[in-house]
Design a protein around this ligand. Structure first.
Ligand SMILES: [Zn+2]
Length: 68
């Protein structure tokens, strides 16, 4: 379908995405605390958000590595 967005995730990034969405859901539902990600987790989620933003056609930050 032309409107589909496809992302391919490595296992670690998929685990990070799951954990992040789960924690946000629990936070919204029950005000559960959200734990800070490790540096590696934050880096993987950052790359995922950048990739997803590109595929959605969002404007990049002026520091986006695809512009350099
Ligand atoms: Zn970009």
């Amino acid at each position: 379908m032309p409107d589909d967005v496809t992302l391919r995730l490595d296992h670690a990034t998929a685990e990070d995405l799951y954990a992040t969405l789960y924690q946000v859901g629990e936070h919204i539902a029950a005000s559960a605390a959200i734990t800070a990600p490790t540096t590696d987790q934050a880096e993987r989620i950052g790359h995922l958000l950048q990739d997803l933003g590109h595929r959605l056609g969002r404007a990049c930050s002026p520091y986006c590595n695809h512009l350099s």
